[in-house]
Design a protein around this ligand. Sequence first.
Ligand SMILES: [Zn+2]
Length: 139
Amino acid sequence: MFKLKFNSQGLIPAIVQDHKSGEVLMLAYMNEESFNATLKTKKIHFYSRSRKKLWCKGETSGNIQKLKELYLDCDLDTVLVKVEQVGGAACHTGHRSCFYSKYKGGKLKICGKPLFNPNKVYKAKSKKNDVQSHKIKPV
Ligand SMILES: [Zn+2]
C-alpha cells in the first residue's frame, strides 16, 4: 500500500486535468475523506477550506467532474486527477479552466469567454466558497 503525504492541515493539493485534451482545469485541496469519496463515487471531491467541509465539485452548478484516472506524484504529496468535465466548464466563473488569466508584462489578460453565466447557475446560493482561491495576489 501507499501512504499519501498530507500537509500539516491534513490536505493534499489536487490538480484537475481534462482526460482528453490534457488541459489543466483547476487546482484544489483534498483531505483524506474527499480523496476516499472521489475513489468511491468516481466524482471529484475536495475539501473546502472556507466552508470547512467535504465538497463535491459541481454539487451546486451540476458541472461535476467524473474521475477517469488518478495519479500521484513522485513524493506522494500531490494528486493528479484526469476527468471528464460535465458542462464543459470547471471554473465557478463559467470559464472552462480556472487558469484563464494570462500574465503578460505585469498585467493579466483574460483568455476565452465564460461558457455559462455564474449568476444564473449559482443563483442565490453562496458562491463565496471557491472565490477565495481566485483572488490574485500582487506579484
Ligand atoms: Zn475557477
